[in-house]
Write a protein that binds this ligand. Structure first.
Ligand code: PAF
Length: 313
């Protein structure tokens, strides 16, 4: 099995590293800032797992290695440019982020036939500053990682066993990820899974950030009009690109994720709270951009982009 090389010191990257450590899967971490890389992970049962010391700079990867980029979309371009000289043997690259736009960045830099996996995860993790001044990551909710191979010629193989025949390198990378942080589900229609996650983020993230509330509160009647408008616009745009969504089901799914993650503060809420750049451009901004190309009007999403940007300016 190749090694997992995890870029960035964020919550999800650190969780994958900690879980790899726990399950005996070889890995290394490459945070941007070694000082803010979590030293420990706190499991839900109270177990504490110490992470390996991080590596300060990229190294040449082998073909069976897996480069995982659990970064924000706006960080992806710089990270891939930094890693490009080390990818000549074409190791598998895995993108894992909220929102959309990462695939386009990766295709521009690596080419359309690069061995690439796109993933979305519902595992919950929180990076925290400890009283000793270092960082730890807390595993806040068991989830699932969905993954697919967008650069394979369509139609994508239906099952992982079929993928193993067509693209063994990618199937083995998925198996390595599943050994590190299970469960990992192969999706032949990964773009549908990513658009589904986009619909969830497009409602929960801006509403929680703008109204300074936990996820569960967006289910209240006072946000119903906005929720429905976002889902209607989302559905029009997604369907214009050949996806098959229904606004009512999209809305029901948003409500069920908001309830299941009810006590959480969304990632956008946290970004606003800590004065960090938000992912609004990759979420509601992506819907607005895709709508423009098809001549669809999306006033609710447009307004949310403006209002969230105004919060962080
Ligand atoms: O961005 C987030 O916070 C998460 O993707 C989600 C699903 C909204 C839960 O908090």
């Amino acid at each position: 099995m190749g090694k997992l090389h995890i870029v960035g010191g964020g919550a999800i990257g650190s969780l994958i590293a900690a879980s790899a450590q726990k399950n005996g899967v070889p890995y290394d971490c490459y945070p941007r800032n070694i000082k803010t890389m979590p030293a420990y992970a706190q499991w839900q049962d109270g177990q504490s797992i110490a992470l390996k010391p991080a590596i300060p700079a990229p190294v040449v990867l082998e073909k069976d290695d897996v480069l995982i980029l659990p970064l924000k979309v706006y960080q992806l371009n710089a990270a891939l440019i930094q890693w490009l000289p080390y990818l000549s043997r074409k190791p598998t690259v895995v993108l894992m982020h909220n929102g959309m736009g990462g695939l386009e960045v990766a295709r521009d830099l690596l080419g359309r036939d690069y061995p690439l996996l796109l993933a979305t995860t519902s595992h919950g993790a929180l990076k925290e500053n400890t009283s000793c001044g270092d960082f730890q990551v807390k595993y806040t909710g068991l989830g699932v990682t969905q993954i697919g191979a967008p650069n394979l010629a369509a139609p994508s193989p239906q099952k992982l066993a079929d993928l193993l025949q067509v693209a063994p390198q990618l199937a083995n990378a998925i198996a390595a990820l599943d050994s590190a942080l299970p469960p990992v589900q192969y999706r032949s229609d990964i773009l549908k899974a990513l658009w589904t996650k986009l619909s969830v983020n497009a409602v929960i993230n801006p509403l929680t950030a703008l109204h300074n509330i936990q996820n569960k509160h967006i289910t209240k009647p006072e946000y119903e009009q906005s929720r429905i408008a976002i889902c209607n616009e989302f559905t029009q745009v997604a369907n214009a690109y050949g996806l098959d969504f229904d606004a009512r089901s999209a809305h029901e799914n948003v409500l069920s994720v908001a309830k299941a993650t009810g006590e959480n503060y969304s990632s956008m809420h946290q970004d606003v709270t800590y004065g960090r750049q938000t992912e609004i451009d990759a979420i509601n901004g992506y819907i607005v951009e895709m709508a423009k190309k098809k001549g669809i009007l999306v006033p609710e999403n447009t307004l949310l982009v403006e209002r969230v940007k105004a919060l962080t300016n």
